[in-house]
Design a protein around this ligand. Structure first.
Ligand SMILES: Cc1cc2nc3c(=O)[nH]c(=O)nc-3n(C[C@H](O)[C@H](O)[C@H](O)COP(=O)(O)OP(=O)(O)OC[C@H]3O[C@@H](n4cnc5c(N)ncnc54)[C@H](O)[C@@H]3O)c2cc1C
Length: 382
């Protein structure tokens, strides 16, 4: 086993860390407070070739591996989760299904602009009646004169409603099979298609500078060729997309926990109480030591999931374990960081206040903790 990162991975980490510290950190608090989408930062991410990290160069990507992607996401989330989830949802959820299952024409039309970051991709799976029970899709798509007519609603969708949102790949019921079960397919709907509307952004607990909205489809017509992959493969496809997405979200948990630890350690060395730095108190040291240890374990689990995927081996179990572990860790690490900051931890000027609000979604999005436990238990044979 080799635990050392390659030179390329180390270079990527330092490049993204410098970018995050120099260009994201100074504006993160304001973006969060004003709930402004970070257009300029997304443009810079595109310039730095970070909007399509794990895709081959021939489709405009960086041609890097999943581990590189996880490292980049981790470094972004260490400073700001809104920017990290924008890149993560765009890459793992928005671009991924077109890359994996799209026709040559769909790939040629969309991938260069998506991987360059000129356009953002989104994935519309969740519905009012289909969250954890994602197969319970109510949105329907019916063929009519060479077009899919889509009717239905999606909710909590990331990246679909910005000025640079290009398209959303949605799951839809396209019929029933011979046993009467829902036939689910994925369909690509470009922004601007009549009948496809993006609702008002949600008022969220965190991820305030990221774009999350409900979507509606009313008599929305797209060409028959907008089917993504074979008809009826939608269920299998979205499980695959979510498996991959979990590695990115796990990396967000590691990065957020690391950011919280870094801020907490810095503050503990500055703040004095009872005549000494609070970092000298055993109670504070125990928190820092526990969180640092948990981060080390969670990072290895996350990198292992990325490694397995890069080796083209089965990574579903480890990705679910990494997602479960890191989401919980992010919640705990940010809470401890707020605690170490005392009253200032409750004040928005300190990043840990935002970190604390940004952490909770990591136990919910892309499969709740309970869903990860189901996936893990099933893999154990329980
Ligand atoms: C900010 C944000 C961004 C998001 N971005 C996207 C996106 O880009 N695309 C997208 O498709 N979705 C997105 N989502 C949706 C997200 O993936 C879902 O919210 C999540 O999967 C949970 O679904 P739900 O909200 O319907 O909860 P529910 O499924 O209703 O779950 C409610 C509770 O019941 C539990 N539960 C449900 N079933 C079981 C079971 N069988 N056993 C035990 N417990 C169970 C859950 O774990 C949870 O605790 C986003 C959500 C948010 C908040």
């Amino acid at each position: 086993m080799d635990f050392d990162l390659s030179d390329d991975h180390r270079l990527l980490r330092s490049t993204v860390r410098d970018f995050a510290e120099q260009e994201i950190a100074p504006v993160a608090e304001e973006l969060d407070r004003t709930k402004a989408f970070p257009y300029e930062l997304v443009r810079r991410l595109g310039e730095l070739n970070l909007m399509g990290i794990p895709f081959p160069e021939e489709v405009g990507g960086a041609g890097a591996d999943t581990l590189a992607y996880a490292i980049a996401v981790e470094e972004l989330a260490r400073i700001d989760s809104s920017v990290a989830i924008t890149l993560c949802a765009h890459t793992s959820l928005g671009t991924q299904p077109i890359y994996l299952f799209g026709s040559p024409e769909q790939r040629a039309e969309w991938l260069p602009k998506l991987t360059a970051g000129e356009l953002l991709g989104a994935f519309g799976l969740t519905e009012p009646e289909a969250g954890s029970d994602a197969g319970n899709v109510q949105t329907r798509a019916t063929l009519d004169g060479g077009e899919w007519v889509v009717d239905g609603a999606k909710q909590f969708i990331t990246n679909a409603g910005t000025e640079i949102s290009g398209c959303v790949v949605i799951t839809a019921q396209t019929g029933t099979d011979e046993r009467g079960r829902k036939e689910i397919s994925n369909i690509l709907v470009p922004n601007g298609t009549p009948g496809y509307e993006q609702g008002t952004p949600y008022r969220k607990m965190g991820w305030n500078a990221s774009d999350t909205r409900p979507l509606t489809f009313t008599d929305c017509r797209v060409p028959e060729e907008n089917l993504v992959g074979p008809r009826g493969d939608g269920f299998k496809q979205f499980l695959r997309v979510l498996d991959i997405g979990r590695i990115g979200v796990a990396a967000m948990g590691v990065g957020l926990a690391q950011g919280a630890l870094d801020e907490a350690l810095k503050y503990a060395k500055e703040r004095k109480a009872f005549g000494q730095q609070i970092s000298k108190f055993q109670a504070i040291q125990a928190k820092l030591a526990d969180v640092a240890t948990e981060i080390a374990a969670a990072r290895l689990l996350t990198y292992h999931a990325a490694f397995l995927k890069d080796q083209r081996r089965d990574f579903s179990l480890v990705a679910a374990q990494a997602k479960l572990k890191t989401g919980r860790l992010a919640v705990r690490a940010t809470e401890e960081a707020v605690q170490i900051h005392g009253g200032y931890g409750y004040i928005e000027e300190y990043p840990v206040c935002r970190f604390y609000r940004d952490a909770k979604i990591l136990t919910i999005g892309e499969g709740t903790d309970e869903v990860q436990q189901m996936v893990i238990a099933r893999a154990l044979g329980a």
